[in-house]
Design a protein around this ligand. Sequence first.
Ligand SMILES: [Zn+2]
Length: 169
Amino acid sequence: MNSTITNDTQEKRAEQDTDDSNLLPEESEVHLCHWCHRIEEENENFSIIDLSDEEKEKKFYYCSQEHEQRITKFYNYLEKVRSVFYVFVLLIPLVLIVLLVIFYNWLFIYILFISLGIGIIIHPMLGESTIKGIGLKNSLILGIVFGVIFVVIGVTLFVINGWTIFRPN
Ligand SMILES: [Zn+2]
């Protein structure tokens, strides 16, 4: 009887120990390539690329020289298109919402969808947690898919409803 109790406590302690280690994901030694999300093998040694700027610390593991270049290129590209992104995702939508309020015409909402979609396609950057979860390459593809869906929704609504709006009475 006694021995089973001790076993139980030991097991519980062991469980707690593993639980504790799960609470420390920051320093978990699993290294993933930031681009392709491949896990570092035992015989490998992923290097770190540091693209940090004043706003954010950006240090990423990469599996190969090629993927290092892809990561750098992608973040450089994002920098370049950031202002264009804000035009499509903030400025144009703001103007459209003002127009919607003035003219009370749903057409502006359809164009808003298209504008958001174009913005996301140009700058397909999903959240940090998504990138951590599926890798930069996959989140880029996912971002473009989202953008295309927005554009398709906008164009479809425009084609279905826009026609009747433009048609003179
Ligand atoms: Zn990789």
